[in-house]
Unconditional design. Structure first.
Length: 712
């Protein structure tokens, strides 16, 4: 058996909580791949395990047995996780290079030194004010450069770290909530811990993130920690570490935390739809935006005689272009306010700059003193414009760095007069800006955008666990609301809201998974409506309109037309103003072949709403069923003469023509219908309603001949 296969058996046994099975599998692994240091630790666990089992077999009663068993499981998991970490490093050239480099260097990675280094940086930045002005910039540049290099290595050290002890986790908590350590450094370390936790569950790291969220006074730090908690939470290790559930229960006692978790889940859903949103922007917005921007900013030297003539003949066009430009910008802003990531595609090509070779630079909060962007800020005359753009547009940290890197190139591509206009006019530089209040939701959203860019564009992303990978699951690892860890917590109250968001984005598989996770206590009216269990919904609220309509539609689909009719009649009586219910009554009557009753409804509706195509559609079909073909023919000519033709009208018009004996025209209409159908063929037995045709004098042989005509 392969090395990874045996290790997987160990992991599976641990996840199921079977310590004895896990020990046996671990010993099998060590027989095939001896590791003396690991074998010694496993032997210690086995000795304690056997002692416990022997005492149990002898009938001994130990009130601490359950606690002892859990401790043995955890000890063995730590050994297993470190072995798995070793092999993951070996299998990942990039991670292995990080692991080796930071541990073979001359750095001291003791926790005391790490804290001293970060605190010293804050002190040294404060002391810069005492430096002579002529030396201050050089000193500052050197200070930030040295610290950035050290922080990049610390990021790599934490990312590739093995299992932490509880003591290490506690010390990191203290560092991450300390006011004497820079918040930018704290945020960067939180990101490294999150990546490490997602690659291999570590209870000490998970607990650390929870406690940082609970205790930090920095909103940006807290929100990064909360993201780490939900992306790092693992149902697989719920039995092994029941503390996970305890911590989540503690978190969700707070109403504010439940609201933040709900917002976070919705924000993650928007991350997953970024590709669809990009296509919408490219297809529907950018062409108009580019075209109208070009026309408006065109220099006099670029204006052709044709353009001048157009201005004379159509002076209103300039105003229309400005309105269209404003409309395009407004649509982008509206999408942005809704939660859409409108900048992802625009900045994606800039991620190839050397700045993004260092993994930490993808997730470091933006600050202008970052040494890797200093050369791009050299032109002092353009710096105020750049800073104004950065301050007034809701770019994530990664895109702010991209803007700095690409700014000079962008300016070089703009017409000179336009550059001057933008430079001189604050309003122009701020155009399209929409920076909301810096709230917790806003900070969290920017961080998620950074993470999304990292997992979509970083060159070594395939060597890391990717929560945004939807290859096997449409929600990737992002739908934490579905986790069993959250079942039965106060977060249940918000699940309906998330199901609606998932359905809105056509993520029906994820929505169904979430619905399955509802605890019995929260399976209420809204739950049964979402699961389309309209019978149970009506038992709770007999007059619920949505439940009645859904139930009636289901009855109709199953062919229970009389029962469906009764429900639609009830809806029509409750809401006489809604034409839709009255039409459904008529359709049920047609299915029951009670044509005269149907016609009473339809003639009245047609009189009241002569231009309602829905009414005319049902009326035309009812007339066809009755054999009143000339009247039906006229209506179908109207319906199929529209710019947008409904497929159903074409097929039913073909039936009408066929019954009139106009085979040639019926064939033409049926062929037009066939062109619109991707997954339907005349050879399909259900393509033609043969039973219906037979009642109206069309023989089975004629049906076969029509099928043959359509296949020629």
């Amino acid at each position: 058996m392969a090395q990874n296969d045996i290790l997987k058996l160990v992991g599976d046994a641990l996840k199921s909580g079977n310590c004895g099975r896990a020990l046996n599998c671990m010993e099998n692994y060590l027989v095939a791949w001896p590791e003396p240091h690991t074998a010694e630790k496993v032997a210690e666990v086995k000795e304690d395990y056997n002692r416990m089992v022997d005492y149990w077999q002898q009938g001994g009663q130990d009130p601490q047995r359950e606690i002892l068993y859990q401790q043995l499981l955890i000890r063995l998991y730590v050994i297993y996780a470190n072995v798995a970490h070793y092999h993951r490093m070996k299998a990942s050239p990039y991670q292995n290079s990080l692991y080796t480099r930071v541990r073979q260097g001359q750095r001291d990675w003791s926790l005391t030194t790490i804290r001293q280094q970060m605190e010293s940086f804050v002190s040294n930045v404060t002391m810069l004010q005492l430096e002579p002005e002529n030396k201050r910039k050089a000193t500052s540049d050197a200070l930030y450069r040295e610290h950035q290099q050290w922080m990049n290595q610390l990021f790599e050290y934490v990312l590739t770290s093995r299992q932490w002890s509880d003591a290490v986790g506690a010390q990191f908590v203290q560092m991450m909530i300390s006011p004497t350590i820079d918040a930018i450094d704290q945020q960067l370390i939180i990101a490294a811990v999150t990546l490490s936790l997602m690659n291999q569950f570590d209870m000490a790291k998970f607990r650390m993130l929870v406690e940082v969220y609970q205790q930090s006074q920095e909103d940006a730090v807290r929100q990064r920690a909360l993201v780490g908690v939900v992306l790092g939470a693992s149902d697989q290790y719920a039995k092994l570490y029941p503390e996970q559930r305890t911590l989540i229960e503690e978190l969700t006692k707070e109403e504010q935390t439940c609201q933040e978790l709900t917002e976070l889940q919705i924000q993650l859903i928007y991350c997953l739809t970024a590709e669809q949103d990009r296509q919408t922007i490219e297809r529907d917005i950018m062409p108009d935006l580019i075209k109208n921007s070009f026309k408006i900013t065109q220099q006099d030297s670029d204006i052709t005689e044709e353009d001048r003539l157009e201005e004379v003949l159509h002076p209103e066009l300039s105003e229309q272009r400005m309105e269209q430009l404003e409309s395009s910008v407004k649509r982008m802003v509206d999408m942005q306010q809704e939660g859409v990531d409108v900048f992802f595609h625009g900045f994606s090509h800039v991620k190839r700059y050397p700045f993004f070779y260092d993994i930490s630079n993808w997730l470091v909060p933006f600050y202008l003193q970052h040494p890797d962007i200093s050369q791009y800020l050299a032109k002092e005359d353009m710096r105020p414009l750049l800073e104004r753009i950065l301050d007034t547009h809701p770019f994530c940290n990664s895109d702010k760095y991209s803007m700095v890197l690409a700014f000079q190139d962008m300016i070089g591509l703009m017409p000179k007069n336009m550059v001057q206009i933008v430079k001189d006019s604050p309003a122009m530089a701020e155009a399209g800006g929409m920076v909301p209040e810096v709230s917790a939701a806003y900070l969290r959203r920017l961080y998620l955008m950074d993470l999304y860019r990292f997992f979509r564009l970083f060159s070594h992303r395939s060597e890391l666990y990717n929560p945004f990978d939807t290859a096997t699951n449409e929600a990737g690892g992002c739908c934490f609301f579905s986790l069993q860890l959250f079942v039965g917590t106060p977060l249940e109250r918000y699940k309906v809201q998330i199901v609606r968001q998932l359905k809105k984005h056509q993520m029906n598989g994820a929505a169904n998974m979430l619905l399955e996770s509802f605890s019995e206590e929260y399976r209420d009216l809204q739950y049964y409506l979402l699961t389309q269990n309209y019978g149970k919904a009506l038992a709770l609220d007999p007059d619920n309109e949505r439940a009645l309509f859904g139930f009636a539609r289901q009855q109709y689909t199953y062919g229970f037309y009389r029962k469906a009719l009764q429900n639609f009649e009830q809806l029509s009586a409750m809401h006489p103003e809604k034409t839709n219910y009255q039409l459904h009554v008529a359709v049920c009557l047609v299915q029951l072949e009670e044509y005269e009753e149907a016609m009473k409804q339809l003639y009245r509706l047609n009189y009241e709403q002569p231009d309602n195509d829905s009414v005319n559609r049902v009326l035309a079909w009812t007339l066809t069923c009755q054999g009143r073909l000339e009247q039906a023919h006229k209506l179908y000519e109207q319906l199929t003469g529209r710019e947008q033709v409904v497929d159903e009208d074409l097929k039913n018009y073909g039936y009408c023509l066929w019954l009139q004996g106009d085979i040639s025209q019926a064939k033409t209409v049926f062929l037009d219908y066939c062109k619109r159908q991707e997954d339907d063929s005349p050879l399909n037995p259900k393509f033609f309603d043969e039973a219906w045709l037979l009642k109206r004098g069309i023989s089975p042989y004629e049906v076969k001949m029509m099928q043959a005509l359509l296949l020629v």
